[in-house]
Write a protein that binds this ligand. Structure first.
Ligand SMILES: O=C(O)CCC(=O)C(=O)O
Ligand SMILES: [Fe+2]
Length: 943
């Protein structure tokens, strides 16, 4: 009795809720009195109930009921043959039967009717999907089935894991999911000609289909869920089913629809169904199919499908940006500086000139953190505001000198009217001398630069003009507007009604540069990293501004790639990024700042969410051994440890050479990198010929072995001996050439290859000095080069880590050196040696985390910094790491403004110190003592 009343109470609540839902969804009324129709209020396809499960519950009570399970719904229906049957089911199931693993029982209610889920009804099919049953006759089916002989493997046919395929017209390439539109293959067979006429008759697209893929499925085989890539094929895709029928599963988001494909039927996918729904066939032996006699289990037989597509020869015009490869490609292809500059000209510079008055009216109040920063500067400090807009920050803190610059002439005019000191200038080329300002701010500016290189250059420019110990503050817009489950004000101030249904697809705009970019809807989440953001003028005119929305950690990563402390005595120029200061700031007009740059958190680099820089099918350049080769990225994958790797095919090489490589070995295929490829090749050839001369052309063994790595334009199938793995190749090469191994010269780091010298023409009078400066070379003693080579092997090959703190720390080595130099010498000698060692120590402490570590060592370093925040690297690391500094130091000194004499003086000290290391190398460089195996989970986490 107690159970009875519980069922009644709970059931009544469920029934009431179901009543409203059903009426709203399907215009079906629930009934208090028994009918022959039952609704299961709390179980349906979208709650995980499967037809087979329901069948197993209902059949033992009444074998002949029809089950109706509307796709994507949380409820389902049972149609009984009579009211009496329905009452029986109701009494046995309602509130009593539980599904496996569920705590709540099923609740039922009687309904006036059940939904009509006829497969051809618009309700059940995804929008844009149509099925024409009996599209061809049985004779025609037979004729088509005879076209492909699956017993032999003809051209352009392959055995895939779960089916066989054959292509006509154009080959569908499964590694890229595209076709090459310039390479036609054998045409669609003549026997299919009648189909083209039939397609026309049925209005299946206006085009003559020119690509055919025939899929051959054995029972139990299928095709994984996919959307046919947008870029290679036009809108309408047709699939003719022959042989066995099967169920094809369609899915978009949480909407799932199963569609029966009977033999001889034609499936037509257009619009949303083609562009936004995945389709696939489960690999199973049977399907549950609803017929007029209820649900039946249909065993699968061999099924063959003819999929007809039309190769696209232009951009995809669809509105389903999130599924469209052409939209994604569009901006990611923008690595070219010139194209980037053009885009900014139209969608940043021009726009700000147009909207300057209205923009200025809305920009009055500064962001509190920027004001705090400005107020924290010393009296008399000189500060630049890069991208100063209407100069709202130029009025803060009258005790400092402020100079603004902006790329918009109109905005600089506004500043001038307000009596601010401004220059019309591009943030990529600041019109200020090196080391000339005490502080800089750049608020909401750098996100208007459209390529990574340009964004990086803008930051480099800020650093260049900053004096030693100068500070700067940079804010950019963040893509992510929800942090720690809290919405930013930017989203909160959305005035549109909460329940208003957002359009699924966002609008796209083709820019004047022929790029397709998504247009952002103000006060909503940013859906893409590169977007056009509307500005509506009071007059009603709409303008679009280009924005790059920064992902979490992106700004930090960018900064970490900039040689921030290039000058010997300017160590404090290092920008620090403090994670605790990462914040989303919003000013009253809705602009968003993301990361405050004023303090290093190298951890952020490590924690960056992985994002593939390279697309599948993309032409790239890739390091193999010491050289860079043209290659193609076939696949990408993210390891458990969140490392991205790519499966690379080297152009012109046999595919046996295809290999997985880490992202650090892959470069964008662009002019700059092709140039770099040539430079690397040239340097390598020079090195080799120098080596040859040195060795007197004796044709040493190593030389012979090396020749295979040096073949840049190798077009053979690379049958000769390769260098089997990169680590080996580095050490082998370097051993034989005597060049030095450090993290930066190996493939292990993200800063691949030689760093390019600054080529910008200085705006100040220093340009000539820069241009005439020669490269500073620090000579590493021969013995010590081998020390580094051996060390690299221990780390890269044997995956050892330094034992921290090492026995002879950098501090100790430097102190001992001072002592050794001072015995019996006047105090002044001691002082000058101490000054040098202090410089080395400081420089070591700053550069270690940024430039001197192998990737493998970085997590250990971060851990060390976290565990011992007050401990300096020079108190932990030893001679090996110190030696790595000297390998990098020469290159860094080349960028200083120190005069020739000072450099010579420094060099003489360095060389003396290196001689000291060499003399004591047996004691100082002890691999066995200073390296050990990492803790077991280190491999799992970072390997
Ligand atoms: O077998 C089918 O009907 C569909 C085949 C398909 O989706 C494809 O090849 O892309
Ligand atoms: Fe498909």
């Amino acid at each position: 009795m107690e159970l009875e009343s519980k069922i009644i109470m709970k059931g009544a609540r469920k029934q009431k809720r179901a009543y409203h839902r059903l009426l709203k969804d399907m215009n079906i009324k629930c009934c208090d009195k028994p009918t022959q129709n039952l609704m299961i209020c709390n179980a349906g396809l979208s709650t995980g109930l499967e037809q087979e499960m329901l069948q197993n519950i209902v059949s033992p009570i009444l074998p002949n009921c029809e089950l109706i399970m509307p796709p994507g719904r949380t409820y389902s229906f049972i149609k009984c043959n009579s009211e009496t049957d329905a009452i029986e089911l109701y009494n046995k199931i309602h509130g009593r039967v539980k599904l496996e693993g569920q705590t709540t029982p099923l609740y039922l209610t009687y309904t006036e009717s059940v939904p009509n889920l006829n497969t051809n009804s618009d309700y059940v099919l995804p929008p844009g999907l149509k099925i024409i049953e009996d599209f061809i006759s049985k004779e025609e089916e037979k004729l088509l089935l005879g076209i492909v002989d699956w017993t032999e493997k003809g051209p352009f046919s392959s055995d895939l894991k779960y089916r066989k395929v054959k292509h006509f017209g154009y080959e569908f390439q499964y590694h890229s999911n595209k076709v090459d539109p310039d390479v036609p293959i054998m045409p669609i067979p003549e026997e299919c000609k009648f189909l083209q006429d039939l397609f026309k008759k049925h209005g299946c697209g206006e085009y003559e289909y020119d690509q055919l893929t025939v899929n051959h499925y054995l029972p139990g085989q299928g095709i994984p869920p996919h959307i046919d890539t947008h870029s290679p094929f036009e809108d309408t895709i047709l699939s003719l089913s022959l042989g066995s029928s099967c169920v094809m599963n369609f899915k978009r988001g949480d909407k799932k629809i199963d569609v029966v494909l009977p033999p001889c039927s034609l499936l037509i996918m257009t619009g949303e169904a083609r562009y936004a729904w995945t389709h696939g066939i489960c690999s199973k032996n049977s399907d549950l199919v609803r017929t007029t006699n209820g649900l039946i289990k249909q065993t699968r037989d061999i099924r063959t499908s003819f999929t007809f597509r039309k190769v696209r020869r232009g951009p995809c015009p669809c509105n389903f940006v999130e599924y469209c490869d052409t939209k994604k490609d569009s901006i990611s292809a923008l690595t070219d500086d010139k194209a980037g500059a053009e885009l900014e000209k139209s969608y940043v510079h021009k726009v700000y000139d147009e909207i300057s008055d209205h923009f200025s009216e809305t920009r009055n109040k500064g962001w509190p953190n920027v004001i705090k920063f400005l107020n924290s500067l010393n009296n008399g400090a000189l500060i630049i505001d890069v991208g100063c807009g209407n100069g709202k920050y130029l009025q803060t803190n009258e005790n400092i000198f402020k100079v603004g610059c902006d790329r918009s002439f109109k905005l600089t005019e506004i500043c001038r009217q307000r009596n601010f000191e401004v220059l019309l200038s591009d943030c990529l080329y600041l019109p200020y001398k090196n080391n000339s300002v005490d502080a800089g701010i750049s608020i909401a500016v750098i996100h208007h630069l459209s390529t990574r290189e340009r964004r990086k250059q803008a930051i480099s420019e800020m650093i260049r003009v900053l004096r030693p110990r100068g500070k700067c503050l940079i804010y950019v817009w963040a893509k992510e507007q929800n942090r720690n489950s809290a919405q930013s004000n930017y989203l909160k101030y959305n005035t549109s009604k909460k329940n208003e249904k957002e359009d699924d697809a966002c609008t796209l705009q083709r820019t004047e540069q022929n790029l397709i970019l998504p247009v952002h809807k103000n006060r909503t989440e940013f859906t893409h990293s590169d977007m056009l953001v509307p500005w509506k003028k009071k007059s009603g005119n709409n303008f679009l501004r280009y924005y790059h929305l920064f992902e979490e950690g992106e700004l930090t990563e960018l900064c970490s790639e900039i040689p921030l402390c290039c000058d010997w005595c300017v160590e404090q120029r290092l920008i620090r990024i403090d994670s605790s200061k990462v914040e989303t700031n919003i000013n009253p007009t809705g602009a968003i700042g993301k990361e405050t740059i004023n303090n290093v958190n190298i951890q952020q680099n490590v924690k960056m969410p992985p994002k593939c820089k390279f697309q599948e099918g993309e032409k790239v350049l890739c390091f193999h051994g010491p050289l860079i080769y043209e290659a193609k990225c076939l696949k990408s994958s993210i390891t458990k440890e969140k490392q991205i790797k790519y499966f690379i095919h080297y152009a012109g090489w046999n595919k046996n050479w295809d290999e997985w490589v880490p992202e650090s070995r892959v470069l964008k295929y662009n002019e700059a990198n092709v140039q770099r490829q040539r430079e690397v090749q040239r340097a390598h050839s020079n090195q080799q010929s120098a080596q040859k001369t040195k060795k007197g052309g004796t044709g040493s063994k190593t030389q012979g072995r090396r020749s295979d790595v040096g073949r840049e334009k190798d077009t053979d199938s690379r049958a000769s001996t390769p260098i089997a793995n990169v680590d080996k190749s580095i050490s082998r090469l370097n051993k034989s050439t005597g060049s030095i191994v450090t993290p930066s010269s190996s493939h292990d780091t993200t800063t691949e290859g030689p760093r390019k010298k600054r080529s910008r023409v200085e705006a100040s009078g220093e340009s000539e000095e820069y241009l005439t400066k020669v490269e500073v070379k620090i000579k590493i003693p021969e013995e010590l080069k081998f020390v580094l080579i051996d060390e690299s092997e221990v780390i890269l090959k044997h995956h050892k880590l330094p034992v921290l703190p090492v026995k002879n720390t950098v501090d100790k080595i430097l102190d001992d050196y001072v002592e050794s130099k001072s015995v019996g010498k006047p105090e002044t000698t001691r002082e000058s040696v101490m000054e040098i060692t202090k410089g080395i120590r400081d420089y070591f402490n700053i550069t270690l985390g940024l430039q001197l570590l192998y990737k493998w060592e970085r997590p250990q370093f971060i851990q060390m910094v976290n565990d011992n925040p007050d401990v300096l690297p020079s108190q932990m690391y030893g001679a090996f790491h110190l030696l790595r500094l000297f390998v990098r130091l020469g290159g860094m000194l080349s960028y200083t403004t120190l005069d020739e004499r000072s450099i010579q003086l420094l060099l003489s000290h360095f060389h003396d110190f290196l001689q000291y290391l060499q003399k004591n190398h047996v004691e100082l460089f002890n691999l066995q003592q200073d390296y050990t195996d990492p803790p077991p989970d280190y491999h799992r986490k970072y390997g």
